[in-house]
Design a protein around this ligand. Structure first.
Ligand SMILES: CC(C)(COP(=O)(O)OP(=O)(O)OC[C@H]1O[C@@H](n2cnc3c(N)ncnc32)[C@H](O)[C@@H]1OP(=O)(O)O)[C@@H](O)C(=O)NCCC(=O)NCCS
Length: 179
């Protein structure tokens, strides 16, 4: 069955939060302290997620497959108030089983379309420097490295890098056939 990309609703908050925790554990097993990943608790983040989804300036997208959520993306105003990049892709996560089928590209294009409708082009996305597969993904989408900062996650000093991307270029690109 094909995947469907749509905006998230409040009813998706719980599934999105569970998926977020599961994807963190899959993605960051080698990068983030085990104790931090084990302590992540989806239940305590559901209300935060609902509050986020209620905000008018937040853009959301989910991949629905066979009635369940296989991935999501969230974006909105740039958290560092950078005038050269007014928007930010805050998070994009797909369960491993659904990666490399074009769903990530479809999610980003969905969010980018909303950014363009809001009159914005440039957006930023932060990614762990050692998350090589996500970095290849952003580079494939035309992202260029613009910034770097250190970050503490569970007591580990890690480095995040930021890519700048063009929402208009993504919207103009050939639509992906997410399978
Ligand atoms: C990163 C992520 C969102 C990408 O989504 P995806 O659906 O797997 O990627 P797509 O199938 O849309 O890939 C589009 C293109 O990006 C590039 N790409 C994606 N993943 C790649 C990888 N691991 N290595 C190299 N290139 C990659 C490819 O060019 C790909 O096109 P192709 O498959 O036709 O070669 C997804 O893999 C994911 O959720 N990963 C785990 C969580 C994560 O790291 N999130 C980012 C946090 S900042």
């Amino acid at each position: 069955m094909k995947s469907m990309i749509r905006a998230a609703t409040l009813n998706d908050a719980e599934a999105m939060t569970r998926l977020h925790v599961a994807a963190w554990r899959e993605t960051y097993a080698e990068l983030v302290p085990k104790s931090y990943l084990e302590a992540l608790d989806a239940t305590i983040r559901v209300e935060q997620r609902r509050a986020l989804l209620l905000r008018r300036d937040i853009v959301s997208a989910v991949v629905e497959r066979n009635g369940s959520i296989a991935g999501f993306a969230l974006g909105g105003p740039c958290r560092s108030s950078d005038p050269s990049c007014p928007r930010e892709l805050y998070a994009i996560y797909l369960l491993r089983a659904f990666q490399r089928r074009g769903c990530g590209l479809a999610l980003v294009r969905f969010v980018a379309t909303r950014f363009v409708e809001q009159g914005c082009d440039r957006f930023i996305v932060w990614v762990l420097r050692d998350n090589h597969s996500a970095r290849r993904f952003y580079e494939q989408l035309g992202g260029t490295l613009i910034r770097e900062m250190s970050i503490d996650i569970g007591g580990a000093q890690l480095v995040e890098v930021a890519y700048g991307l063009s929402a208009r270029a993504l919207v103009a690109s050939t639509p992906a056939d997410a399978g």
